[in-house]
Design a binder for this molecule. Structure first.
Ligand code: ADP
Length: 504
């Protein structure tokens, strides 16, 4: 049969620790899966975002260019383009650099002449054959050779006119990329790479950030790409790892709290079990203590009543035994009643200045018979001119009686009692020493606990309820004093009661 605490531990293990372990394992497995799938999801999201961002950039670029080309188309439609009018339009469009308007036969309509080196750049795209092809395809704007943009316009006569121009990369960066991509809400880094893979724009320094995804722009920026980089510390793996650490930490704390709870409850149960055992011992001890003097009184009383004792000296002896056992009974009952008052918080103390020596001597007097009968050597030392001390005389007398009673109970071969009364540091000090069985060091604190009795082998056969010293301590502390013990097994013990001279 398992003890209650062992049963509790087994239950706690089953009910709490096992589910906690299962949660830990499941948590670990699902976190691993989560880590893998979130990586995948993260990359997919990056790809979607790159496509969306590229589209937005192209739209903005087209809108700016179209607005400009619409204005040029209007100017061309109005008649042969005036240089001043086109210059004015160019001044308002910082994105457009080096505009040339070319007629269907490759004739330059604006400006009057090619600027230095430009014919080499634009020439191949605005030759009659190239224009012919462009007209055949009917496309309004085309980017050729990564730099040159071509747009097909119509002159007043209905003849095709080609607008050829370059874009200003700085304006492209600032007015298109920055305004469009700068507003994207994402922890990643968005960058634009030109046809040679050079970074034209990036929202934050790329450093050695890992590229998550990249998409090509369409017609408006052929061969250019929009790339998404992972910001340092923002990888899904790192985020998951942080979560794992958090989860593990939380689980660890949870398990620690559970274990602490189990240990605390287990201790409580052990204490309760111990207390229950002590209480039942107490009841048995008190009953036994009551029965012994009662049967002695009865036996001697009956013998006397029957008039069988004729010898006067024996009769006197019997009376003394009855009186002594009666006193012992009273002491025992007083102890138990006081203890119950203390437990119920009802014990009160009537303090009054009290002469100490008479109190000590009368207490000892009550034990004169057993002390003499068991051959105790008694020594009493009371300091001269002790002042009266403010105390509850009956309570202190009872505490002292408990100490003397213990000396009688726990002395074996060397029977001696010494009571020393003096003052020190504004306190009355009463020391009761013996040369009895003594108390092991580790028991010194516990013997003052209620119901506690030292290991059965030592106290076996000695009557006692286990509340005597608890009472002594209560009396001492209620007076603002204390009680201490010095003792070695086999050497004897010395209990010292210290009370303030002026009362509590
Ligand atoms: P009890 O009724 O058992 O005497 P107490 O509270 O008076 O209860 O004492 C608690 C325990 O302390 C005792 O059971 C005994 O083991 C130990 N004890 C008390 N006084 C002495 C002493 N003078 N010498 C040896 N052991 C003592």
């Amino acid at each position: 049969m398992l003890s209650p605490s062992a049963r509790f531990s087994a239950l706690a293990l089953l009910a709490i620790v096992a589910p906690a372990a299962i949660v830990a394992v499941l948590g670990y497995v699902s976190i691993r899966q989560w880590e893998a799938s979130s990586e995948l999801l993260y990359r997919e999201q990056a790809r979607d975002m790159a496509a969306m961002a590229a589209e937005k950039v192209e739209m903005t670029l087209r809108r700016t260019q179209d607005a400009f080309l619409d204005r040029v188309q209007a100017a061309v439609q109005a008649g042969p383009p005036s240089e001043r009018a086109i210059d004015g339009l160019l001044a308002d469009a910082p994105l457009i650099r080096r505009l040339y308007l070319v007629g269907p036969r490759g004739d330059l309509l604006y400006p009057r002449a090619w600027r230095e080196g430009d014919q080499a750049i634009f020439g191949p795209y605005v030759s009659a054959t190239a224009l012919h092809k462009l007209v055949r395809e009917g496309r309004r704007d085309v980017v050729a050779g990564n730099q040159v943009c071509l747009a097909l316009l119509t002159a007043r006569s209905g003849a095709p006119v080609v607008a050829a121009f370059l874009r200003d990369v700085e304006t492209l960066r600032r007015d298109v990329f920055e305004t469009t991509l700068g507003t994207f809400e994402s922890p990643t880094i968005i960058a634009v790479l030109d046809h040679e893979g050079r970074t034209v724009y990036s929202r934050a320094p790329i450093g050695d950030a890992q590229r998550l995804s990249s998409v090509a722009f369409r017609d408006a920026l052929p061969d250019w790409r929009l790339a998404i980089y992972q910001s340092p510390g923002a990888s899904p793996r790192q985020a998951v790892r942080r979560q794992v650490m958090l989860f593990t930490g939380a689980l660890g704390i949870l398990v620690a709290v559970i274990v602490a709870g189990i240990v605390a409850t287990w201790r409580l149960i052990r204490r309760e079990t111990e207390m229950a055992r002590l209480k039942s011992d107490f009841v048995a001890n008190v009953s036994h203590d009551l029965r012994t003097p009662l049967s002695v009184i009865r036996m001697f009383g009956e013998t006397l009543e029957m008039g069988r004792v004729t010898d006067e000296a024996r009769r006197q002896e019997y009376y003394r035994v009855i009186t002594r056992e009666g006193e012992r009974l009273s002491r025992l009952i007083d102890n138990v009643l006081d203890f119950s008052r203390i437990e119920g918080g009802r014990r009160t103390y009537d303090m009054a200045p009290t002469p100490v020596e008479p109190l000590v001597r009368s207490t000892l007097e009550a034990f004169a018979y057993p002390l003499a009968q068991q051959g105790f050597k008694v020594e009493v030392g009371v300091a001269a001119d002790l002042p009266d001390v403010v105390m509850a005389a009956d309570a202190v007398g009872q505490a002292l009686a408990n100490l003397v009673d213990n000396v009688i109970k726990y002395s074996a071969g060397d029977r001696a009692i010494a009571i020393d009364v003096r003052t020190a540091d504004e306190r009355l000090v009463i020391a009761v020493s013996d040369r009895g069985i003594g108390i092991a060091r580790e028991e010194h604190a516990r013997i003052f606990e209620k119901f506690y009795r030292v290991g059965r082998s030592d106290t076996q056969g000695r009557r006692g309820s286990g509340v005597g010293l608890a009472l002594v301590r209560h009396v001492a502390e209620s007076h603002g004093g204390d009680v201490t013990v010095e003792s070695e097994p086999g050497q004897g013990s010395c209990f010292t009661l210290r009370l303030p001279l002026g009362g509590a």
